[in-house]
Design a protein around this ligand. Structure first.
Ligand code: NAD
Length: 508
């Protein structure tokens, strides 16, 4: 019997229950901390996706017609159930993603901000009303759910990102199909049961596991009205182009290259502390992770690198089961090799290794996918390691002479998710804030992730389509507006026929 045959076989979640995969195709799910295969996830065929969509569509009318307050109550119960089961959810996140317990708790907390906002859906669903816009006509607008909508998620936040993509979609009355990352499918199956316990009618919530074949049917199927995607830029662009080709509403969030500008007046000790957590936390597998520092002036660069070196060398990589670990492994062996490749090629291109995280000592005793922290200095914009998003703990320092140069560099980069500046100079911070071409901006804040009631999304090739994750925009993205002009005729009203285009010039 092979290892694969012994591991747990996962399912889909359709019509309120776990459903076995019928394709015979599976993908291995790893515990990145040990390198072991812990489960196999079924990869749905086109036909299985079609059946799941039919179930979701059937559940839609009753859910749409349930009062907004009753729907909000179910979302509120779901929130409480997540809190009640937090400890178990943390263990599942850590097992399948490798992140530390503290980090997993943080992602649940941030994910619940989206659920909190969804509980407020009744407020966000309020329409507009105007009295007597002409001839006793009242005009008003309403917001209606779209129908069946889909969310496709990345591996790095098994809870926070799907919560951000789906909570509002559910609350405003849609039937939602989640396609989690095949690398981390266990969290989604766990909280599917919580949706059911909260009282969500069967069919309103679906988890369909799979790969490209599954996603392609979600994109092509005419019943699916909107697609929320979060993942890498290449796939985000594909999802946006394909989904909009099928006339769907698509919001596709991609990768990031997020720089921290370090100004000459910054407190280097405090700035380095902020850099370390934001750059290496979660093994740098965050779309908003700080990818590198852009230091202004030679003295700033030399001093900052010296302070960083000392701190980076002390970081501890290891399994989440050890309490003093700063960050865990990367998600797969393939991911580890990709990051090592970036480091190797950057050295060939002339980058200077300040701290080398390749072959950390833990790899002598564990088969987990570990990489220690790497810091590369004297990186230039021509290098691959500067241009590409590196989804693992290899971080860079780019040296420039002026703030203007730093801003121009960042603005020239094709990605524009997050950025931050560390300075005590208000004029510099203001110039930066105004001129920077990036979606989420920080001033002396290491990871400028907006709170859940602000919209989240990058600029340039970090986001395709006019939709955001988190925030009030979610209510707009997952509803359509109907505008009604209404007049009630009394017996005394006289009517005439007019062939002129209706205007407010005279009462209609
Ligand atoms: P990914 O693009 O490889 O996968 C994301 C999803 O797309 C998964 O569900 C996957 O199954 C599916 N997918 C993969 N290849 C596909 C294909 N060819 N056709 C159709 N679907 C496909 O991303 P990942 O590695 O899981 O996640 C990491 C990436 O996500 C990073 O680039 C990170 O920056 C990004 N991310 C962005 C944000 C954001 O808010 N902008 C948030 C989290 C992660």
């Amino acid at each position: 019997m092979t290892v694969e045959q012994k591991v747990k076989e996962l399912h889909h979640f359709i019509s309120g229950e776990l459903v076995e995969g019928a394709s015979g195709r599976f993908s291995n799910v790893y515990n990145p901390s040990t390198g072991e295969v812990i489960a196999q996830v079924p990869l749905a065929t086109k036909e299985e996706v079609q059946k799941a969509i039919e179930v979701a569509q059937k559940a839609f009318p009753a859910w749409k017609n349930m009062s907004v307050g009753k729907r909000a109550e179910i979302v509120m119960k779901f929130r409480q159930l997540v809190k009640d089961n937090e400890a178990e959810l943390v263990e599942i996140i850590c097992t399948e993603s490798g992140k530390t317990r503290e980090d997993a708790k943080g992602e649940i907390t941030r994910g619940l901000e989206s659920v909190d906002l969804a509980i407020n859906a009744p407020h966000l669903l309020k329409g507009e009303y105007s009295v007597n816009v002409g001839g006793n006509i009242n005009a008003f607008s309403t917001k209606a759910p779209l129908g069946v909508v889909a969310a496709i998620s990345p591996f790095n936040f098994p809870v926070m990102v799907p919560f951000a993509q789906t909570s509002m979609a559910v609350a405003v009355g849609n039937s939602v199909i989640l396609k989690p990352s095949e690398k981390v499918p266990m969290s989604a199956l766990f909280y599917s049961e919580l949706w059911k316990k909260a009282g969500l009618p069967d069919g309103v919530w679906t988890v369909i596991n799979g790969d490209k074949e599954t996603v392609d049917e979600l994109l092509a199927n005419p019943t699916v009205q909107a697609v929320s995607f979060v993942g890498s830029t290449t796939i985000a662009e594909y999802i946006y182009q394909t989904g909009t080709n099928y006339n769907k509403r698509v919001a596709a969030l991609g990768g990031g290259k997020n720089f921290m500008i370090v100004m000459p007046d910054a407190d280097l000790e405090k700035t380095a502390n902020a850099f370390i957590g934001a750059a290496y936390g979660a093994a740098s597998q965050r779309c908003m992770a700080i990818s590198g520092a852009i230091t202004v002036g030679k003295e700033t660069a030399d001093n900052f690198v010296a302070v960083l070196k000392e701190k980076v060398e002390k970081l501890k990589v290891g399994p989440y089961t050890e309490d003093d670990v700063d960050f865990g492994p990367v998600i797969t062996n393939q991911s580890k090799e990709m990051v090592e490749g970036y480091i190797n090629r950057s050295i060939e291109e002339g980058a200077k290794v300040v701290v080398d995280g390749r072959n950390p000592s833990i790899c002598e005793t564990s088969n987990g996918f570990y990489l220690g922290p790497t810091l590369l200095d004297e990186v230039t914009p021509a290098m691959e390691v500067y241009q590409q998003e590196v989804f693992g703990p290899a971080r860079i320092v780019v040296r420039v002479e002026t703030l203007q140069e730093a801003i121009e560099l960042i603005n020239d980069h094709e990605l524009g998710n997050g950025v931050t500046i560390f300075t005590n100079n208000g004029a510099a911070a203001r110039k930066f804030q105004e001129e920077i071409e990036v979606g989420m901006v920080g001033v002396n804040v290491p990871i400028p992730i907006p709170v859940g009631y602000y919209n989240f999304g990058g600029w340039k090739r970090s986001k395709f389509g006019e939709g955001y994750m988190f925030g009030p925009d979610q209510a707009r993205f997952f509803t359509k507006v109907k505008t009604i002009s209404e007049k009630w005729l009394s017996v005394d009203d006289e009517t005439t026929t007019s062939f002129a285009f209706p205007s407010n010039e005279k009462d209609q």
